[in-house]
Design a binder for this molecule. Sequence first.
Ligand code: NAI
Ligand code: MG
Length: 504
Amino acid sequence: MASAENCFPVANGPSQPNFTIKYTKLFINGEFVDAISGKTFETLDPRTGEVIAAVAEGDAADIDKAVRAARQAFDEGPWPRMSGLARGKVLFRYADLIEQHTDELAYLETLDNGKPFLLSKYGDVDVVVKGLRNVAGWADKISGQTYKMDGPYQGMSLYEPYGVTGAIIPWNFPMAMFMMKVGPALAAGNTMVVKPAEQTPLTALYLAALAKEAGLPDGALNVVPGFGPTAGAAIASHMDINKLGFTGSTEVGKIVMEAAAKSNLKPVTLELGGKSPVIICEDADLDVAVDIVNLALFFNMGQCCTAGSRIFVQDTIYDAFVAKAVEKAKKRVVGDPFKPEVEDGPQVDETQFKRILEYIESGKAEGAKLLTGGCAVGNKGYYIEPTIFGDVQDDMKIAREEIFGPVMSVLKFKTLDEAIKRANNTAYGLAAAIVSNDIDVANRFTRSVRAGTVWINCYHVYDHSLPFGGYKTSGFGREQGLHSIHSHMQLKAIITPLKDSPWL
Ligand code: NAI
Ligand code: MG
């Protein structure tokens, strides 16, 4: 295994903003409280591995307490009974407050997760605010249909919230994933229990405090940090949670779905792993293709479910492409994520760091050609060099498994048919991309590839209005915008006789 010895020194700059950490307790029924057990766990700074704060550690008893608060808020509280307009107003106010606290949220996100501060500030907070405003705008526009039935009856469909919904959140985009689930669930009139990832609980707690300030009724949103097998499992198996949203690994997705099935058969939305292909055709502009691939894989230190991690390059341009891709990867600036020039901060924690270095070793052992990178950076924290393997074969571990780190695999292809077949030869189906100037080639690819999102001549472009989710073992259900409102509601059919009506 590669060690944490220097390949090149990490740039450790001063941490620019500096806020005190205000919220470290569980947020239940509108109050910050200790865990029932009194236990806490440490959240760490991935730049150093040092402790940032001790956070209350929720377990099954705390989840149950939170579910009871959410149940009461749903059954008796004002939230589901308010008009959509009134709910939207609270959520718009919530979005304004988040925007006003951009710096503090971005600081907490970078401190806890390690992603570049400018990305947290201009990327993640922006996604949170826009996504929330989008669903806030839907809150008063949710409507069913009337049906002309076969007989003297009138049929109507009515969208209703599920009740208490649960969400289990990952650490790669902590606040964005939090709001992707919380925003639509609340806009639809549900109440919630949310468990942030144990690596990154700080922004979720801050967002809980802002929800209260925005006027969200007590109990409508409960945030319980804790670990997966304890607090997470308690959400998945709770008998009084009516709907579950999960984002994380496919492995844990299967566990939570099984727990949901075995408890009260709560429906689940699963957004899971990926091993997304990017096809670079010989007619592509090489510089454009290299830029796309660089972003596709290295963005957020490779910690993206949609990361473009299998780069298929047409054989005629392979050598030229690889030379440019390596040159560009070498220029990426790795270092303290609070420094404005830094593009890549540390990986989120030691577990992920070690896992990625093991994948790098496996790539070497299986005969892939290490073209650049391959080492840890610096001697503290969890930094890894942007890494590219060439001559990767489809059956190598690095080409099959989700690495979730800055490790790119470049593979060679001859024909589009072959590329499509190999691109689809994976258990995953989250995203895919093609770089080509031939619209017929691009269209053929987009309709042949089994993936939930397909980019043509771009990558990592998202929008709160577009459906987001996976095919195959990348999950099911769609998030974002109206799609996520509908996935947080159930549809009721209402039938009534029509008497003396002129239109039957
Ligand atoms: P994970 O799937 O264990 O964590 C995601 C969330 O699930 C966390 O909140 C965690 O506490 C919770 N969880 C874990 N075990 C659980 C259980 N038994 N019941 C209920 N909830 C549980 O992912 P992890 O271990 O942090 O990362 C491992 C790999 O998963 C990564 O290397 C990456 O490949 C993948 N991953 C994918 C993500 C995505 O966006 N699709 C996000 C995070 C990880
Ligand atoms: Mg942390």
